[in-house]
Design a protein around this ligand. Structure first.
Ligand SMILES: Cc1ncc(COP(=O)(O)O)c(C=O)c1O
Length: 347
């Protein structure tokens, strides 16, 4: 029975959903939304705050400031409230209302940018605002999730070994890419420990994280309007891009089977299902990471008017959001948790 006295001291790390009976391919979805910040970003926030404390950058009168589309902002709000720091989150008009209200409930200040930077989109405008704040007052401390190595190290230390210990025979790992902290931490872990795991990055169409043409993106979390400074593509085996309409349909398919996940989970699962559908390898062991749950998206991804205004009347056409048995047989038995730390395997 876990008993805690700080919100960041608890993080469910052992929960997977097997999607075979819902979507037709065996895919184990690692659920990262069960903690007091409600998302995987608690791990990165914790690591970055602790290393700033160790390095003496954070002092009792410091004001934390960060650019976030929402989840890191909630995670930093949670930690700041627990540790007694002030926190200012710089977000933009795509941030969900409930996410903004949650940060305010935790005692944070939220600044919403509504003007796009002509060249660098919302992200460029958010970063400019943070830079100007830091230049105006040296009490501001910007952890900078886009460049802070603590962002990927958090996943190297936690997410990746958690997966490796349950899936010693893992073949492929699907990871959504935003700042690429999760992607780089996991990819570096499997490469360092010589595990022959194919690392597939999942991005949204319209993101330029891995190159390509910029386009409209309305679902926060995944995708970037610049190349992520943390990204080292030599660790990534493959990149797949998913249309937001497919993200939304996948979210609704899962919701109609009782699993209400956030938008980026829809993106990762949609990309993974396409990828698995193209393989001729029935016994493949595949894991995908679900960064958060769906309650923060009730007024967007799960709201018909919002969907139809942005994606057209037919976005939730029943044929496109088909529910029901996919014809796949029962899932293979999940792997037994090992008693020992992950074994090393040569490539
Ligand atoms: C819901 C959600 N999914 C995915 C990501 C991407 O994670 P990362 O920044 O580690 O690439 C984020 C990042 O904020 C997120 O909030």
């Amino acid at each position: 029975m876990p008993v805690i006295s700080a919100p960041h001291a608890f993080n469910e790390s052992q929960l997977y959903v097997d999607l075979r009976s819902i979507l037709g391919h065996s895919l184990y979805l690692k659920c990262e939304g069960f903690n007091f910040a409600g998302s995987i970003k608690l791990k990165a926030a914790n690591e970055m705050v602790e290393s700033a404390e160790r390095e003496g950058v954070l002092k009792p009168d410091s004001i934390l400031v960060e650019s976030s589309s929402g989840n890191l902002g909630v995670a930093l709000s949670t930690i700041a409230a627990s540790k007694g720091y002030q926190f200012l989150c710089v977000t933009d008009s795509r941030c969900n209302l409930s996410t903004r209200l949650l940060m305010e409930a935790l005692g944070s200040e939220v600044h919403v940018i509504s003007e796009l930077d002509a060249n660098a989109g919302f992200l460029g405008a958010r970063i400019d605002y943070v830079r100007a704040l830091c230049a105006s007052d040296d009490r501001y401390v910007w952890l900078s999730q886009y460049t802070n190595p603590g962002n990927w190290k958090a996943h190297y230390r936690t997410t990746a070994p958690e997966i490796a210990s349950y899936f010693p025979g893992l073949d492929v790992l699907f990871v959504g890419a935003g700042t690429t902290g999760t992607l780089m931490g996991c990819a570096r872990y499997f490469r360092t420990w010589h595990r022959p795991v194919r690392i597939v990055a999942v991005d949204s169409v319209g993101s330029v994280a891995f190159g390509g043409t910029p386009g409209r993106r309305m679902i926060p979390g995944l995708g970037m309007s610049m190349r992520p400074p943390l990204l080292d593509e030599s660790f990534v085996d493959e990149v797949i891009r998913v249309e937001e309409a497919d993200t939304i349909r996948t979210c609704h398919r899962l919701a109609r089977r009782g699993f209400v996940f956030g938008g980026s989970t829809g993106t990762v699962v949609s990309g993974a299902m396409d990828w698995l559908g193209r393989q001729d390898a029935p016994g493949i062991t595949a894991v995908a990471i679900a960064p958060d749950l769906g309650e923060r998206y009730l007024d967007t991804i799960y709201q018909t008017n919002w969907l139809q205004d942005l994606y057209g009347e037919n976005i939730l056409d029943p044929e496109q959001v088909a529910v029901g048995q996919s014809g796949a047989g029962p899932a293979p038995d999940p792997p037994e948790p090992p008693d020992t730390p992950p074994r090393r395997r040569s490539r």
